[in-house]
Design a binder for this molecule. Structure first.
Ligand code: COA
Ligand code: ZN
Length: 317
């Protein structure tokens, strides 16, 4: 097996990608407590919220309050999703460290999600990039549907790469390749990551995976083997885009962290405090979250042998 980087970074997106789709309205206090708890787990970045239209994403209408009230742990970068200039203004006002701009690689998802054509989004994001540069705020751009669109189907790699290159020219410091509805598969992920790294050698590349079809961890390995060091993930596998039919949760942070820990790849994230947060999530979002790792425990969470073994094999006792 090809070995990837010895150290990776995890961007926790549960408070944004996770809570944007939940039916239960989580209170501002609970969101702040969720982010504060995540701050102690060792993440490189936490995507705290999104400065989108409250009509489009009612669940995150309290973005300014949440961003202002969280505890800022030194060393953690607090980011937020920004779709337009209005969103940038609110994000700056709230003290966001880094902006995560968003548009889609496919036309129909861009229209459904952002109510703009791709050309309009590109023009809007170019303005956001220029304004953010003046304000000294670093920007990453998340490219939705980079591995397939639930409306338009396959998205040509060149469409993704050309769009990414234009956004980098316009000032984006990083690009995230997003598998919005879990359409990616490992060989495709490896190919696109390799092409993106070759075309944009000085750009920070991140991979954003959803586990809609059970391939998220396999896709993460495929990306890692090409040298990708930045991964988005959501605690408890929360997540999904409300404007993409069939969208479901992000790759589980705890599963991703556990897998890389087994492989001696440093993620910076401590599993124990993270699992404690994951156990509290059903209370936060008022629904069950099935989770194999939580049920089974880490692979070396061993069990006491059956009591009768001592009677059957007394010599070993
Ligand atoms: N923050 C707060 N309010 C905003 C806003 C922002 N970033 N952008 C627009 N608005 C408000 C406008 O002020 C206007 O308010 P009004 O009706 O009280 O006058 C209203 O929203 C409509 O504004 P408009 O510019 O016409 O936006 P729109 O309705 O065409 O929606 C987006 C465009 C991009 C703002 C909206 O589609 C959106 O926020 N999408 C985000 C979707 C998302 O986050 N998906 C999941 C993540 S991938
Ligand atoms: Zn997502």
């Amino acid at each position: 097996m090809n070995h990837g980087p010895a150290r990776i970074e995890i961007n926790e997106v549960g408070p944004r990608d996770g809570l944007q789709i939940e039916k239960t309205m989580v209170s501002t206090d609970d969101k702040v407590a969720f982010v504060d708890a995540l701050s102690d787990c060792g993440y490189a970045r936490i995507e705290v919220t999104s400065f989108t239209s409250p009509k489009a994403i009612p669940a995150l209408a309290d973005a300014v309050d949440v961003m202002r009230r969280i505890r800022r742990r030194p060393g953690v970068i607090y980011t937020a999703l920004v779709p337009n200039v209005r969103g940038l203004e609110r994000a700056l006002e709230a003290g966001t460290d880094e902006m995560n701009l968003v548009m889609s690689c496919s036309e129909t998802h861009n229209r459904a999600n952002l109510r703009m054509t791709r050309d309009q989004s590109f023009a809007e994001l170019s303005q956001v990039l220029a304004a953010a540069a003046k304000a000294g705020a670093p920007c990453n751009v998340s490219l939705s549907t980079a591995f397939g669109c639930p409306f338009d189907g396959d998205v040509p790699a060149d469409t993704v790469l050309d769009l990414a290159a234009r956004l980098v020219d316009a000032g984006a410091a990083g690009i995230t390749l997003c598998d919005t509805t879990g359409m990616a598969f490992p060989t495709q992920v490896a190919a696109l990551c390799e092409q993106a790294a070759a075309r944009l050698p000085s750009t920070a590349l991140t991979v954003h995976l959803h586990n809609t079809r059970g391939m998220a961890l396999a896709n993460a390995i495929a990306a890692w083997q090409t040298g990708i060091t930045r991964f988005d993930a959501a605690a408890g596998g929360l997540g999904g885009c409300p404007y993409a039919p069939g969208a479901s949760g992000n790759v589980n942070t705890e599963e991703l962290v556990h897998m890389f820990a087994c492989m001696d790849v440093e993620t910076g994230v401590s599993l124990e405090p993270l699992l404690a947060i994951v156990r509290s999530l059903p209370g936060l979002v008022q629904r069950d979250l099935s989770n194999a790792l939580l049920q089974a425990g880490p692979r070396l969470a061993l069990h006491a042998p059956p009591a009768w073994l001592a009677e059957r094999f007394p010599a070993d006792a």
